[in-house]
Design a protein around this ligand. Structure first.
Ligand SMILES: Cc1cc2nc3c(=O)[nH]c(=O)nc-3n(C[C@H](O)[C@H](O)[C@H](O)COP(=O)(O)O)c2cc1C
Length: 333
């Protein structure tokens, strides 16, 4: 029998397919369906910094009614829409999901600044989460902010959150970092036990008739795998943290590639959102069949086997490969 088990953040998982943060964890029933489909762990959708601050400002408004401070502060807060329930509800919901499923449940906090909101890391732990994923997503849009300042801020935030909890901490990252190996090494020194590569950004588009900026949320496909695949291959063996791949995991082949690059788990959201829960057992069966036909006994045996340090041509991940690829392109009209 092929052994599909893996470990991630100190958790023993029965297979490497993890449900990444998405609306699929917003209801106990849908979280249960994820478990029934066969995922080995569930990352909860995120509790956002804005959500926490919003609620505390509302409280502040209540306490200091009549002053202008609240109105001013409110104008800086983004529209958080209806994606998320309030912080207290989030904690109650997490506890309910944890009670309903037997697979590990990973809480998710999403924010960038320092301050009171990070105390929710501890509350997520107390609500029963087996680990915490911190999603740091900040888009630098003003020229005064340097890359170093931004990275220092992220590193400090990881240290702050780590100090508040005793469960393992994973950090979900953006690919837009100049020197990723250096940066992730700093995150690991600050306390990250795992690195989740990468956040997929939702790109604004233009409506040319209405001359409006429109928000778009495109689900991924397998082509989106290539960006995290390359970086996991490069980082494997260079940082002392578990690597998780997210973006573009739709098939057993995608999971296999993630494992061979060096990931401990392959996280998936779009595949299930688009094709339903059945996608998970199909992936698991295909994974098993592929491993049997290629005589692999375990997932652990293949982890990192195609990482940069293991392949015959490490330059395939680097710039030299770029020149070669361009010169080999023949597909002209
Ligand atoms: C509808 C939707 C909601 C999401 N919500 C969250 C979230 O709350 N927190 C988070 O860290 N990532 C969130 N994500 C990102 C996913 O966890 C995942 O990292 C990303 O979609 C890439 O994986 P995929 O290609 O399997 O979809 C969301 C994605 C989708 C499609």
């Amino acid at each position: 029998m092929t052994d599909l088990s893996t470990t991630y953040l100190g958790l023993e998982l029965k297979n490497p397919i993890v449900a990444s943060a998405s609306p699929l964890s917003k209801k106990v029933e849908t979280a249960k369906k994820l478990e029934d489909a066969g995922v080995s762990a569930i990352v909860m959708y995120s509790l956002f910094e804005e959500q926490i601050i919003h609620e505390s400002l509302e409280l502040d408004h209540y306490l200091t009614r009549g002053t202008n401070s609240f109105a001013e502060a409110m104008t800086y807060l983004p529209d958080i829409g209806t994606y998320n329930m309030g912080p207290d509800r989030y904690l109650e919901h997490l506890a309910a999901v944890k009670k309903a499923v037997s697979v590990p449940v990973i809480g998710s906090l999403n924010g960038v600044s320092h301050g009171g909101w990070t105390s929710f890391a501890r509350m997520i732990q107390d609500a029963g989460a087996d680990a915490l994923e911190l999603n740091m997503y900040y888009l630098a849009t003003y020229p005064e902010l340097t890359g170093t300042e931004l990275e220092d801020n992220y590193v400090d935030l990881v240290a702050e959150v780590k100090a508040a909890i005793s469960i393992p901490l994973a950090v979900k990252l953006s690919p837009f970092i100049t020197s990723l190996p250096n940066f992730v090494r700093r995150l690991v020194t600050a306390g990250a036990d795992g690195l989740v590569l990468f956040n997929r950004f939702y790109q604004p588009n233009f409506d040319l008739e209405e001359l409006e900026v429109v928000r778009t949320l495109e689900l991924s496909d397998s082509r989106d795998l290539l960006l995290p695949l390359r970086w996991i291959s490069i980082l494997y063996g260079k940082v002392n943290a578990d690597l998780a791949l997210t973006s573009g995991v739709h098939t057993a082949q995608d999971v296999l590639k993630a494992m061979m690059a060096g990931a401990k788990v392959a996280m998936t959201a779009s595949a299930i959102l688009r094709e339903g829960y059945e996608r998970v057992p199909v992936m698991l069966n295909d994974l098993q069949a592929w491993m049997e036909s290629h005589e692999y006994e375990s997932i652990k045996q293949m982890q990192g086997s195609m990482s940069q340090q293991s392949v015959a041509e490490p330059a395939a991940f680097e710039r030299s490969n770029y020149i070669q690829i361009l010169s080999e392109f023949r597909d002209l009209p």
